[in-house]
Design a protein around this ligand. Structure first.
Ligand code: SF4
Length: 684
């Protein structure tokens, strides 16, 4: 921290669900945060933040910020609350939770995700508390578990290229990622590579802002990525654009994969993917002839029924060509497994003593809440399930249950908070300690509090500390302070005596530290799978009785023009929102305008739509009201519902998740947000 008489700067970390995990510098004047900027000394942040977080002070000092505990006084969902003291709120919550816990602790469900990516304000004291209580276990699947399992079955963990080395790549495939919106720092690196002569290829159903700036855009049909990857393999194999030495030394199952890939000539994939045969051939040729070639894969690819298989198919490509031999070659979907943080010690799953605790999937919370006798209380933190979980009608119906006791830790009165019995004001990133790793890079960051908590806000950890004491849980592990938890996160998870390569002192001084990761992590193999190799044929999938090879698995809902619901809908984040975060920040919402459905001119004409018409987007699950935006960003037969608006800030109290289903992916039990058939009609 540097200071003069009136102002100081404090180093922090962006807590949002974004692969860039920026290092922040907050300027504080007389106890007030006056600006939040990117840390120029952190190489990947390079002094730049996205538009969303550069307005962090607007969010922190928002007039609607929750500053006091609130108790519901109206019907569920009405948003009618009155201010109460912490003492009253915590006493009543403790009494109600204890009454349930005395009989059926497993009927208490924690519901949390990546509202903060911080390890301490995420799952540390909270997880210990719920484990000791014997509550349900939450299966945290809503975003990344299909891709995560694909990585585990192929590479042995969430591992991949170091993002900075993309700058030296000569061919970059940006697959399932609108990097300009969701990973601007990677995009800066990709542009640097482009200036040095790299070819950029965007593979995305939508003509995104990123696609506009790439050399090639392949507008693939949603959920068909595995077919494209298998056709690329077909071409690599039939033309012998392979690194035989790498394959024989560092992979398992090539012959089986070869047989599978030979079933996918470009003509077949072109039909399935809605692409031109020559475009697939050209991409395969480029990939087979360019070194180093790199793939930036993102989680959009895994939001369909076959999402895990699709990710696996793409992950196999670099081992076929030996792209891993170069530090600027390979693939990255998530790199979070490189840093050996001690999440185990923070969360303490060993404290769970209730053998009846079920695993409840957060992606099917709608069904879970409507299952008689399963859940009596929900404690929500770092999440907004009423807005973000699929099939809203069931989610809302569940949270509206009068016999459900709901507590929400929040910054704002979200759609979920509206359904709570108690809303507890939580601190923002500027007001607490935390430690962060990243899924997009391999640095570790420390977040220090820049300002005092606003109003009566408390940290998540403090709320669970106080609640545990009131419930008679006196285990000292529930009282560890935040700074100690940050230090604990740095300890080696398997050898507590082993010195961490990242020191507390370095983090205090610089705000970040580089985790030591080899520049080309798989140049000489060394994948942490059971075989020590890249597993084309996955032994772990075979052990589960599943197909060990990647394959194309068609969507649950693959509409044709004759169908009742003839349009395939995807719902990527709007540019100025991050999932449902920031929707209530006025300047960002003003930039975003209104909830929009992008629809191709041909589909609009068929429905006699004009640009800006209010439309009803519907299927058997529900109906979403928004404005039509007629644009070639959507392909014919496909619409794009930009998300994720808060229901109460959207039109007619709806958002795009009215339409999405609770079907799950082939791996990871994840939601299939981009596997959704709809119809569109003008509201007249
Ligand atoms: S959301 Fe992403 S790009 Fe924006 S500040 Fe956070 S980490 Fe950086």
């Amino acid at each position: 921290m540097t200071a003069n008489t009136t102002s100081s700067t404090v180093l922090g970390a962006c807590p949002h669900d974004c692969p860039d995990t920026c290092s922040l510098v907050t300027t504080v004047q007389d106890g007030v945060a006056i600006k939040v900027q990117g840390n120029p000394k952190h190489p990947l942040t390079d002094g730049v933040l996205c538009t969303k977080v550069s307005r962090y002070t607007e969010r922190t000092y928002h007039p609607d910020r929750l500053l006091h505990p609130m108790k519901r006084v109206g019907p569920k969902g009405s948003g009618q609350f009155q201010q109460v003291s912490w003492d009253e709120a915590l006493s009543d919550i403790a009494t109600k939770l204890k009454a349930i816990a005395d009989q059926h602790p497993e009927r208490i469900l924690p519901y949390s995700y990546a509202g903060t990516m911080g390890m301490v304000q995420g799952e540390s004291i909270a997880m210990r508390f719920f484990n000791l209580l014997g509550a349900s276990q939450l299966d945290r699947t809503i975003c990344a578990s299909a891709g995560g399992e694909a990585l585990a079955h192929t590479f042995g963990g969430k591992l991949g290229m170091k993002v900075q080395h993309f700058a030296e790549s000569k061919l970059i495939l940006i697959w399932g990622s609108n990097a300009i919106t969701s990973s601007i720092h990677f995009w800066r690196i990709a542009q640097e590579a482009k200036r040095q002569g790299a070819k950029l290829v965007c593979i995305d159903p939508r003509r995104t802002e990123t696609a506009d700036k790439c050399d090639v855009h392949l507008a693939i049909k949603p959920g068909t990525d595995a077919a494209l990857a298998l056709a690329l393999m077909h071409q690599l194999i039939t033309h012998d654009w392979l690194d035989h030495d790498y394959i024989s030394q560092h992979t398992v199952g090539f012959e089986a994969l070869r047989e599978r890939a030979l079933q996918w000539p470009p003509e077949r994939a072109a039909e399935v993917c809605g692409l031109k045969v020559e475009d697939i051939r050209q991409l395969a040729h480029d990939y087979g002839h360019t070194q180093p070639a790199a793939i930036r894969l993102n989680y959009g690819i895994q939001r369909s029924r076959g999402g895990g298989n699709a990710a696996r198919a793409v992950l196999c490509l670099p081992a076929l060509t030996g792209a891993w031999r170069h530090r600027a070659g390979g693939v990255v979907l998530s790199a979070s497994g490189h840093a050996l943080h001690n999440g185990v010690a923070l969360q303490r799953h060993d404290l769970l003593t209730n053998p009846r605790s079920p695993l409840i999937n957060m992606s099917t919370i709608g069904d879970a809440l409507n299952t008689p006798g399963l859940i009596e209380a929900v404690v929500v933190y770092n999440s907004n399930p009423v807005a973000v979980a699929p099939e809203s009608a069931k989610v809302v119906q569940g949270f509206a249950r009068e016999d459900l006791f709901t507590v929400v830790l929040e910054h704002f009165m979200t759609d979920t908070a509206d359904h709570a019995d108690y809303v507890l004001p939580a601190t923002t990133q500027l007001e607490h300690w935390d430690i962060h790793n990243s899924y997009g890079h391999t640095d570790v960051l420390l977040n220090r509090p820049a300002i005092a908590p606003m109003g009566e806000a408390k940290t998540n950890t403090q709320i669970f500390r106080e609640l545990s004491l009131r419930m008679g849980l006196h285990n000292p592990l529930l009282q560890e302070d935040d700074e100690s938890l940050c230090r604990l996160a740095l300890q080696h998870p398997r050898n507590l005596q082993s010195a961490s390569p990242v020191t507390w002192e370095a983090l205090l001084k610089d705000g970040f530290a580089h985790w030591p990761v080899a520049d080309a992590p798989f140049a000489h193999g060394g994948f942490p799978t059971a075989s020590g190799k890249c597993e084309f044929l996955s032994s772990s999938l075979l052990a589960l009785g599943q197909d060990g090879l990647p394959d194309f698995i068609p969507n649950y809902e693959s509409p044709t023009p004759q169908d009742r619901y003839p349009l395939a809908m995807i719902s990527p984040p709007a540019r100025n929102f991050l999932n449902s975060s920031f929707v209530n920040v006025t300047s960002l919402r003003d930039m975003e305008g209104e909830p929009l459905l992008e629809i191709h001119p041909e589909d609009a004409t068929l429905r006699q739509l004009q640009d800006g018409d209010m439309v009803r987007v519907f299927n058997d699950r529900g109906s979403y009201a928004c404005k039509a935006h007629i644009t070639t960003r959507a392909q014919p037969g496909m619409v794009v519902g930009l998300g994720i608006w808060w229901r109460k800030l959207g039109a007619q109290g709806t958002n795009v998740n009215e339409l999405t289903s609770q079907h799950l992916t082939d791996m990871g039990r994840a939601p299939v947000f981009y596997d959704c058939a709809v119809q569109v009609a003008a509201m007249r």
